[in-house]
Design a protein around this ligand. Structure first.
Ligand code: BGC
Length: 885
């Protein structure tokens, strides 16, 4: 039985409102037995109203093994049209599948001229200053008959949510998302067929300042992108009788202030329930005391369809404890450092208040600690209307917290009335890692929660203090781990478009994307290199060539920017750099580690140029491929002349320098083992502990394992004393900390000016857990795990480890168990992929697969022996290998 499952269009099941002219289809195969490969496929597409009998596109049988990112090549797609499609496949065993379940995708509004709506805003009142209440906008409209389908296309300058006839339209938050609003702004498409009724209807919108005009960055700069917040709304109602009505935002809308008195990303929300306007988004509401609206002159040319899934509620947490602190505060413990908000219920007299403050940690005495939030207030103030049970959650703000201080609350406080609502961009969890050490399992948990908390619209450094920005360096450092834990392909391809749109004319890359720090802060090595590393990583992990096409000019402009710096085009020794940020070998009172900045800069210059060269090869840009291959060689040559002695010693005697030289292949092959051994010595000198910062840490264990020092990598990862990955866990961490010693041995804190307890950068060790401990890797020549490398590397201190990854082809698994003399390795390879497997410390004749020798095992396509390992080529299937070590 051969089946087609998980049929997707542009990474999503049944997406509504996309604007790709050639959407890509992906699907998975399921069948019986091993070594299933697709030999052909057929796709049929029909337009809404039609049928598969008369498809608009039918590929016929295509002899091809491709099942991921197969491009639509039919007639031009129509705006607003829904297309239904199905897929059939053939395999290498002579089977033909049935048609898949019918799936669909729907196009958004494809051209600016189709926007009939206007940007509308509440009228400005002279002299208005400070935080303003959130405007509410409404209008009524008539539905003339039986509705066949209805869609809203909407966006906002600022943030918005919609209601129709008293019901919230979507379960999305923080729409239209965060982009550089002056260059590109996303719109969302919503299917509202079921929310309309014949006769009178009403539409309502509430707007928030959000990133557009609210406080942003540590200077509390506001109005970053503009000072007016506005709505864009266009609803198409299609009737059964073939006619259509369009309801748009225009002068007919009414505006008012409502209960949201203040809502700021960093500071929280003030909400006065007494000011609620009951029934405001239902027909028949009396809006005679509302005012008219103003039309803003803002372009439609920058509108783009939402590309990734918007922010949604991802988890609900129940509090674990109610604490009375030594200084007398009442504090709720959510048990997890989380990002989102608190939903609460309350009963009390009209005008009484609930005030909540949010913090990540308690101090060493057990008191509520907020100094590390700097200027972010993270405070919720709710005023009761006094009509019975009231339930509230905020709207245009989010908090990074584990502890909630309840400053005011009428009546008895019961934990049952409080819930932690976890929010992040809609992302599918794709990876899992588990091993015999509970602290390491907690580490994996913390890495995942760091990702949840910081993947809210853009990849941020931290989610709590007055920062929460798309720091490029942090994103670059963490992206490979992120690709294991969750499917982040569309999240990053959207963010990379933001990066491209904010790139400076000279090719420089701002420190944060979207750039809110002005045009002077840009182009630090290892930060700006996100422009090459991130697209390349998405290509490797998802086989997504389009992201390379999309970013190519940006990648090239970045490399050319670096090339133009200083007097030697092959070295990079000028400019501002963050260096090995937070490295422990930094001078007293400095955040910058000891590794020479020009060493790091030139190393990343080489790395980025190498990526650009490979990208040009993938895209078939032959002249560029040649050009950048030559540039790459020159940089390596100059790097060696400048930073490596003739005998292969590095000029910068730090762990990070050695890590980079090895990771990026910067020293001659014959010198590499020496550099690795010196790295080991440097680590021994630090009593087998790391000293690396943001730049060196992600690669540290990877290079140790690569150069025969796997045991030392295990030692570093399993250290429990400072500085190490597990030290924070011994101090109760539930997310990754910014500093190795955010909380010191004696319980005191690192200084409050930079002490985030939810900073994912050091969570980049996740890459090593998946890629080395369990050994799951892709092959850059057949990316997206079309050809899989499985090379588990067990080490001292763990008796088993297992990992899984839901790749585009299906789930990959790799796990091992050390049973003393015997090693068991279990592997799952999805259909339509193959794998090269290395079984460590194995001899061909000793290895059995479910009790069968390798030459007889189904799916084992070939096997060979190297000095210490057995090499296998596997087709799809579940395998269990057992052998005496
Ligand atoms: C951020 C970092 C970032 C750094 C740049 C900090 O404020 O939190 O994670 O990469 O600045 O050095």
């Amino acid at each position: 039985m051969l089946k087609v499952t998980k049929v997707m269009c542009e990474y999503r099941e049944n997406p509504v409102g996309i604007d790709s002219a050639a959407p890509r289809f992906s699907w998975q195969l399921k069948g019986e037995g091993r070594n299933i490969m697709q030999t052909g496929y057929r796709i049929q597409v029909y337009e809404d109203g039609g049928s598969f009998e008369c498809p608009v596109w039918d590929t016929g049988k295509v002899e091809c093994s491709c099942s991921v990112h197969v491009e639509y090549k039919g007639p031009a797609l129509k705006s607003g049209m829904r297309y239904y499609y199905r897929v059939m496949v053939w395999d290498n065993k002579g089977n033909k599948s049935d048609w898949s379940e019918t799936a669909y995708w729907e196009m958004g509004l494809l051209s600016p001229s189709e926007w009939r709506a206007k940007w509308i805003a509440k009228k400005e009142i002279d002299g208005e200053q400070g935080y303003l209440p959130s405007p509410m906008l409404r209008r009524e409209f008539e539905v003339r008959g039986k509705v066949k389908k209805a869609r809203i296309y909407a966006s906002a300058l600022g943030l918005y949510f919609l209601e129709l006839n008293g019901r919230r339209v979507s379960d999305w938050y923080f729409t239209p998302g965060w982009t550089n609003y002056n260059r590109r702004i996303q719109y969302q498409t919503m299917d509202v067929t079921d929310l309309l009724k014949e006769g009178k209807n009403a539409a309502g919108a509430v707007l928030g300042d959000g990133w557009l005009s609210g406080d942003l960055a540590w200077g509390n700069a506001s109005k970053t992108y503009g000072k007016r917040i506005a709505l864009l709304f266009q609803m198409h109602i299609y009737y059964e009788d073939g006619t259509e009505d369009i309801v748009v935002s225009d002068r007919s809308w009414r505006a008012s202030e409502g209960p949201i008195l203040m809502s700021q990303i960093y500071h929280g929300e003030q909400y006065d329930a007494r000011l609620e306007k009951d029934g405001w988004s239902k027909p028949g509401y009396d809006d005679s005391d509302w005012t008219g609206v103003e039309i803003l002159d803002h372009t439609m040319d920058t509108l783009v369809a939402q590309e990734n899934d918007p922010v949604m509620i991802a988890d609900i947490l129940k509090p674990v404890a109610l604490i009375k602190t030594p200084s007398g505060d009442t504090v709720i413990d959510m048990g997890q450092n989380m990002v989102g908000w608190v939903r609460f219920s309350v009963r009390g007299a009209r005008g009484t208040k609930v005030t909540l403050k949010h913090a990540e940690v308690l101090d060493r005495d057990g008191n509520f600690y907020t100094a590390n939030l700097r200027n972010a207030k993270q405070t919720i103030e709710y005023t009761l209307k006094g009509t019975g049970d009231e339930t509230y959650e905020p709207h245009f703000t989010f908090q990074g917290f584990r502890y909630v201080k309840v400053e005011e609350y009428p009546g008895e406080l019961s934990l049952d009335n409080f819930t932690g609502v976890v929010l992040h961009s809609g992302l599918e969890v794709t990876g899992s890692f588990e091993c015999s050490n509970p602290l390491v399992n907690q580490l994996q948990h913390n890495i995942l929660w760091g990702q949840k908390g910081n993947f809210l619209e853009v990849p941020t450094d931290c989610p709590q203090r007055d920062e929460r920005l798309g720091w490029t360096g942090d994103a670059q450092v963490f992206i490979r781990t992120a690709c294991f834990n969750m499917n982040v392909a569309t999240f990053f391809s959207k963010w990379l478009k933001d990066l491209k749109s904010d790139q400076l004319e000279n090719g420089g890359i701002p420190h944060v994307i979207p750039n809110v720090l002005g045009k002077d802060g840009h182009s630090s090595a290892a930060w700006a290199d996100a422009s090459t590393i991130c697209p390349w990583t998405i290509y490797l992990c998802y086989g997504d060539k389009r992201v390379l096409e999309q970013q190519y000019d940006s990648m090239k402009a970045w490399v050319e920017y670096v090339r133009a710096q200083g007097s030697n085009e092959f070295l990079w020794n000028t400019g501002l750099h963050f260096g090995d940020w937070l490295g422990l070998d930094a001078k007293e009172n400095s955040y910058v580690g000891a590794t020479a900045k020009d060493f790091i800069a030139t190393a990343f210059y080489a790395y980025s140029t190498g990526i650009l060269k490979q990208t040009a090869e993938v895209l078939g840009y032959d002249a560029d491929a040649k050009e950048y291959a030559a540039l790459y060689d020159k940089i390596i040559e100059n790097f060696q002349r400048e930073f490596v002695t003739p005998n292969g010693r590095l000029a910068s005697p730090t762990q990070t320098a050695h890590v980079l030289a090895l990771m990026f292949d910067l020293v001659k092959p014959e010198d590499r083992q020496r550099v690795a051994d010196t790295l080991a010595e440097l680590i021994h000198e630090s009593k087998d502990h790391l000293t690396t910062g943001f730049v060196g840490t992600p690669y540290l264990c990877l290079v140790l394992s690569r150069y025969g020092l796997n045991d030392l990598a295990y030692k570093l990862m399993l250290n429990e004393d400072y500085p190490s990955w597990l030290y924070p866990i011994t101090k109760g961490a539930t997310t990754i900390w910014e500093h190795w010693d955010g909380i010191k041995e004696d319980g005191s804190f690192w200084s409050p000016d930079m002490n985030s307890f939810n900073h994912y950068a050091y969570g980049s060790i996740g890459d090593w857990l998946y890629r080395v401990v369990c050994g799951i890797d892709t092959n850059k020549d057949e990316p997206g795990y079309r050809h899989i490398h499985i090379r588990p590397q067990p080490g001292p201190g763990l008796s088993y480890a297992r990992a899984s990854l839901k790749s585009m082809y299906g789930e990959i698994k790799s796990g091992w168990e050390d049973c003393g003399d015997v090693l068991k390795i279990s592997i799952t390879i999805p259909a339509n992929t193959t794998a090269s497997v290395v079984l460590p410390a194995a001899q061909l004749d000793d290895v059995f697969e479910w009790g069968v020798s390798l030459d007889k095992a189904e799916g084992v396509l070939s096997c060979s022996q190297s000095e210490k390992s057995v090499h296998l080529e596997l087709g799809s299937g579940d395998y269990l290998f057992t052998y005496v070590k």
